[in-house]
Design a protein around this ligand. Structure first.
Ligand code: GLN
Ligand code: ZN
Length: 807
């Protein structure tokens, strides 16, 4: 019998929806609750309404199921810690502690240890690990937080010991399933897979644990809880459970790869159907094995691994569901729907009805909706697609493919036509393509990324010119962003005060920062960054090729969101961005004033980037724009210029084999931004994380004259790498942790310097905090810096050997 053309062939779903709310409703509800201004019931109520709203959007977009289990008050991995009953014993929770109370304690630390809460910067530093905890902090410190794969989202790291037990003792997930069912939805549940969950956790060292304890050994204890969860879901009437195993796209050790088969043989004995979801990266050596697992369906990220589609289509048995992530879940561009349909047609021919379509990964990584963007110009807006618009795109593709040409559905044809127009207007727009910018990148030569002379020559010249003491002191750039500064900025943005008024206020702040640094006796000064909201936004707003949204918020961690700029076109600098501020700051002091810029890779990493050219190309354009600024700063008399690159490490590809290529172009982009100056001009860079050792040769290849880095939390241990590798240039290992208001003593900082001096030649050492001070208050900052300056003086006295007298 001939198939009826209206029969649904293709179905649609999503892996997850942003939880924070189109207007950050969850953020505000959380912060209100944390301040003590609302009850737990009020908070739960906001959450319930958000879930209902997000499910309704999914249903209206014609998805076959709403996804349940993607909601979290803070983080989905933290949810799983509770769902799987493995809250770390160190918290010493007792029976009186409510579930949500324990949850927030794990996420934020104990309230009486408020200083342990994760830092408040708009951009989180790469990790917030507190690896060296004193016993007293043990019970109160929050779980470590770290980046979720190669995204800008941060998850809370599960902690494991040999004694970790698992038990099903949370009903939250099941209650949410009931909530969705009561609203009349078809439900698909999402769970973090057991292997990914264990992999993402960290072994906490304890006394009675063998050194070689491997968290994979916990799998046997963990799987019975998954069985129980799946059984409960089945009882509730759930037919499909999406189990996320994103680690299948990583370089996994054999033992972990081999664990997949027995794990999924076991889980598939349960009566729910399992859709195994992978994303963010091609599966490569794991692909064939995954296709053979006894699961009911497999999701593949067709954006990150388009080249694997042919193999999956062939290898995945025909009776299994193939879910293809054809809409980019990591970016905000409108999809070329024609191209997607073309890509899918041969697959449909081969596989017939067992095809689901979805965004490539959870929509957690994109903003909720374009609906409220009423200030953006219409053309630019027509090029974009946020979570809600992506759902719409899915529906159009589904309708187009299911209806074929036979129905001639007018609405679908119109929707396709609109998408076509938007895609073609972006492709051909003069606002996107600037021939002169492209030509400048093409014209870059081998020598554009090298300084005139070698570091040694530059160092000699610079030493003579600046004549700094040994162990020179400096800070990383920002000083406390007081409420006064924030109020002034908001008033200026809302046009309540004039530009002159605002600028006068900022000059006053700069003057203030300069005076305090002089009083403290710091050697190399900064202007304090009072005029900057965020280190990427500030530059994005002044560069061409960037656009900003009003509500394009994406969750970074907990209640923290970032609003990444969108790079839509070729990037260039129309006029100087920081020169006037730096010149003014330098005019107030005879000490060297560092110019302060954000580097090309950090700007790239913390923005939504173009998908119509390689990242590398965009990075080079930004690098040239920053280079122009560096050269102008030098011309204005600024002879020390810091180019911050805190995000260089987070740009590392998920697969090790791709690292080298990335590091080569990333460090080249940095060097291009830094190499337009004379030998005498000292280039600084700053990075705020403590895992360097695996990329040290590349950090050295950036050839900054001075690098300042985070080290105090790791007790200078990371410096061993710098010693072994013999890092050639000058270096300022952070001597105090700015993430905590605790004021370090002079002695403590001196001891860190002493440690540093064991591995790094003293004449190459600088003295500075770990990172910028914008989240701190002035009084703690002043005391801490006074102690730091005193520590530097001690170091000069005790750690510098008298020059050998000639006999
Ligand atoms: N210069 C910046 C500051 O001090 C650096 C911030 C960062 O490293 N994330 O705030
Ligand atoms: Zn930093």
């Amino acid at each position: 019998m001939a198939q009826t053309r209206t029969q649904t062939l293709i179905q649609t779903h999503i892996l997850g929806f942003p939880r924070i709310g189109a207007k950050r409703e969850l953020k505000f509800a959380l912060e209100k609750y944390w301040r003590g201004d609302s009850t737990i019931h009020e908070l739960e109520d906001v959450a319930k309404q958000l879930r209902a709203k997000h499910w309704a959007i999914q249903k209206e977009s014609g998805l076959e199921w709403v996804t349940v289990g993607d909601f979290a008050f803070y983080d989905h991995i933290a949810n799983h810690i509770q769902l799987l009953g493995c809250e770390p014993a160190r918290f010493k929770f007792n029976e009186k502690d409510g579930e949500l109370e324990r949850y927030f304690t794990m996420a934020r630390g104990r309230i009486d240890a408020k200083h342990q809460e994760h830092s408040e910067g708009s951009h989180a530093c790469a990790t917030h690990g507190q690896s060296e905890l004193s016993a007293s902090l043990e019970a109160s410190a929050a779980l470590e937080m770290t980046k979720w794969f190669d995204t800008n989202y941060h998850y809370l790291v599960p902690e494991f010991t040999i004694a970790t037990e698992f038990a099903l003792n949370s009903n939250r997930l099941f209650n949410e399933v009931n909530e969705a069912l009561a609203l009349g939805h078809e439900v698909k549940v999402v769970l973090q897979g057991p292997l990914s969950f264990l992999w993402l956790g960290k072994v906490k060292h304890t006394d009675n644990q063998p050194q070689d304890f491997d968290r994979l050994d916990l799998l046997e204890k963990l799987l019975p809880v998954y069985d129980q969860i799946l059984a409960r879901l089945h009882q509730l009437g759930v037919k499909w459970v999406q189990i996320d195993e994103p680690i299948l796209g990583l370089d996994l050790p054999h033992a972990w790869r081999n664990a997949y088969e027995p794990t999924y043989i076991r889980l598939s004995q349960n009566r729910v159907q399992i859709l195994l979801a992978t994303y963010f990266s091609p599966l490569e050596e794991n692909l064939r094995q995954v296709c053979q697992l006894p699961i009911a369906g497999l999701h593949i990220d067709a954006i990150k691994a388009p080249h694997e589609l042919t193999s999956v289509v062939d290898w995945l048995p025909l009776n299994k569901i193939l879910s293809l992530g054809v809409i980019d879940g990591r970016n905000i561009w409108r999809t070329d729907l024609d191209a997607v349909c073309e890509q899918l047609k041969p697959i449909i021919e081969k596989r017939g009805a067992h095809l689901w379509l979805a965004p490539s990964c959870s929509l957690l990584h994109v903003p909720v909706s374009l609906e409220h963007e009423d200030k953006m110009d219409a053309e630019l807006k027509s090029w974009l697609s946020f979570a809600c618009e992506k759902l719409n795109e899915l529906q159009i593709v589904k309708q187009a493919l299911n209806e074929g040409d036979h129905e001639g559905n007018k609405a679908t044809a119109e929707a396709l036509e609109q998408a076509r127009k938007a895609v073609s207007s972006r492709r051909n727009s003069k606002r996107v393509h600037r021939e002169n910018v492209k030509a400048r990148v093409t014209a870059l030569t081998e020598t554009d990324d090298t300084r005139h002379s070698s570091f040694k020559t530059r160092q000699t010249l610079q030493r003579k010119h600046f004549s700094l003491p040994n162990f020179p002191t400096t800070t990383i750039g920002s000083f406390p962003q007081t409420s006064e500064i924030r109020v002034a900025r908001a008033a200026f943005k809302n046009q309540q005060i004039s530009a002159e008024h605002y600028e006068a206020k900022m000059r006053e702040e700069i003057g203030h920062a300069v005076r305090r640094q002089e009083e403290l006796g710091i050697d190399v000064l900064v202007h304090g960054e009072a005029e900057r909201n965020d280190m990427v936004e500030y530059f994005g707003e002044q560069l061409q090729g960037f656009v900003f949204t009003q509500y394009g918020w994406v969750q970074s961690y907990g209640s923290r969101c970032v609003k990444p700029p969108i790079i839509y076109g070729d990037v260039f600098r129309a006029s100087p961005m920081t020169v006037e501020w730096s010149k003014y700051a330098q005019s107030l002091t005879s000490k060297p004033m560092k110019g302060m810029l954000t580097g090309p890779i950090t700007i790239l990493q913390w923005s939504f980037v173009r998908d119509d050219q390689p990242r590398k190309e965009t990075a080079l354009q930004i690098a040239l724009a920053i280079r122009d600024e560096v050269v102008d700063l030098e011309r204005a008399g600024i002879r020390m210029i810091q180019i911050d690159e805190p995000a260089i490490r987070e740009g590392l590809p998920l697969r090790h084999k791709d690292w080298k290529n990335y590091l080569n172009w990333a460090t080249r982009a940095f060097r291009i931004s830094a190499s337009g100056v004379e030998d005498l001009t000292q280039i600084h860079t700053h990075m705020c994380y403590s895992e360097f050792n695996d990329i040290l040769p590349h950090i050295a290849a950036m050839d900054a004259d001075v690098i300042t880095i985070e080290t105090s939390r790791s007790n200078m241990e990371l410096l061993e790498g710098f010693g072994t590798f013999a890092y050639p240039n000058e270096i300022g290992p952070g001597v105090y942790d700015i993430h905590s208001p605790r004021i370090p003593s002079t002695d403590e900082m001196f001891q860190l310097l002493e440690k540093a001096a064991r591995v790094i030649p003293v004449e190459n050492l600088w003295v500075n905090p770990d990172c910028g001070l914008k989240t701190r208050g002035w009084s703690e900052t002043e005391t801490a810096l006074a102690n730091m300056v005193a520590a530097a003086k001690l170091a000069r006295k005790h750690l510098v050997k008298e020059p050998q007298k000639a006999h």
